[in-house]
Design a protein around this ligand. Sequence first.
Ligand code: CO8
Length: 258
Amino acid sequence: MSEPAFIQVEKEEKIGIIRLNRPKQLNAINRKMVSEITQALEEMDKDEDIRAVVLTGNGRAFAAGADIDEMAEDTSVSLEMLNQFADWDRIHCFKKPLIGAIQGFALGGGFELALACDLLFCGEDAQFGFPEIKLAVMPGAGGTQKLTKLMGRTKALEWLWSGEMMTCKEAVKYGIVNRVMPAELLWEETIKYAHTLADKPPLSVRLIKDAVNKAVDYTLYEGMQYERKNFYLLFSSEDQKEGMKAFMEKRKPDFKGR
Ligand code: CO8
């Protein structure tokens, strides 16, 4: 990947790190930034050493939304021709665990990017919301769909129509956020958690994510059939033999991701 302009990409042992890096604009998400995130994720998906990825923002916000300056002159036709959501869709194809470490604002497209993560850890200063209605638009990268699936139709409508920000405590109550902690502990705790996940057998981690994602859209019957296929699949891995052998030999397993 050539040097990205709007994100920073790092690797810490088995953890990939992506930092949104437009702090002066509160990490407002422009199109180039989305394609940089997508490209970084795709490279990390292929990197066998990386077992989990943490996504965060530099400065006082995670991301205050899509870049309003960039969108202001768009038309329906220009948006259709740009097909910018193809990049957003690719974020959802990422197979490894993606953990969001959220500080400050996660608004509009920034909230949608947070909702594209598998787990969200946030500092006590985090605030989430969809202020699009104040700009006479609406969420476009999955916000209406994901919020509704998380909190139910009536609550989602209330938040989306008001455009107000919810606190991290409200976000926990609605099942949006996994953990809230003092802002100064956010990074340390998120990385610590990512390392524990990185030590788990990677194929199990991956196929569990795959099956859980199906639960959102499939009927219970379809989901259970799908789960079964993934369950069988794991029995052709070396890690399954190693995991069960190590249990019987009363030793720590050594998982290779094969
Ligand atoms: N776009 C562009 N610039 C922004 C954005 C943004 N979304 N948010 C903040 N900035 C800029 C400000 O313009 C300001 O720049 P400057 O210093 O040059 O004036 C700088 O960041 C700092 O912001 P503020 O001075 O406003 O900081 P405050 O602490 O006073 O306020 C707020 C913080 C409340 C977050 C305020 O900045 C704000 O309301 N921002 C806009 C929030 C918003 O409306 N977000 C939704 C945008 S629309 C959207 O996300 C649609 C998504 C559709 C799908 C994705 C498609 C790509």
